[in-house]
Design a protein around this ligand. Sequence first.
Ligand code: AN0
Ligand code: CP
Length: 317
Amino acid sequence: MNRFLTVGDIGDLDQALREAKEVKANPFKWQDLGRNKTIILVFFNSSLRTRLSSQKAAQNLGMNAIVLNIDKDSWKLETEMGVVMDGDKSEHLREAIPVIGSYCDIIGVRSFARFESREFDYQETIINQFIQYSGRPVISLESATRHPCQAFADLITIDEYKTVKRPKVVLTWAPHPRALPQAVPNSFAEWMKAADVDFVITCPEGYDLAPDIMEGVHLERDQKKAFEGADFIYAKNWASFEQYGQILSKDMSWTVDAEHMSWTNNAKFMHCLPVRRNMIVSDEVIDSPNSIVIPEAANRVVSAQVVMKRMLESLKK
Ligand code: AN0
Ligand code: CP
């Protein structure tokens, strides 16, 4: 495995889930695999879970992890090609990426959507430059349009908590004061489409995800109808794709509260975190026994470790 960006990069999902179970049951079994190997985790944006779970996953594999916070620890980086660098950016990505690559064996990158241009974001301009210029396997730690480590952890969590073979999984939009990327819902949808689940998206008008993500998805505009019979409710805010990066609604009737959960089949509540309480989800729901947000976050170590393990195995070949 030399990149981890979309669901296609993981291959067969049942095999990936079996590997996740093995890694979770015996996290230190592959300590030799990472000996004398280094991963550099590059962050253009804030993080709690991704940073810590990636470091822990690397440690479990016996690998060294170095974290670099761009803008805070390093020079401000120019990302546009062909510009006269007379502003506040001291270094270009074109040099920084191969330099980072020369110090490590694997690179992880977090670089959120900027919402300046849909083309720039959806072409995955930044992470593709890391793939092109680093000479190293690259893991997305949330790129402009995808968050695969999160979606893989979500799939592992659903597999652990499901009580029927083919659960009904509902992705619901919920209100938020700021414009958030589509990376988490895009990846969640992409992974759920590939998994053996009954997958439904519910969101207000204007919040449909990109056409290739929506393709083949059961879209139910009526949130109550969508929730009926659900085994898992996955809440998330995202900004509009159509009116790119805009906030079109802050309708608090979409906030997942106890009444919403009463429409479901005693569903488990999921969210990638960080979550705004009483915007996305009420205190009552996130504090209820049906909330599995903490084990979901814990599985971020497992998903990251499976991906790093596969990359290390490929490097050995
Ligand atoms: C980010 C997002 O919605 O993409 C990160 C989520 C993992 N969330 C925020 O910026 C609040
Ligand atoms: N879920 C997630 O990726 O969290 P962080 O932004 O804290 O890493």
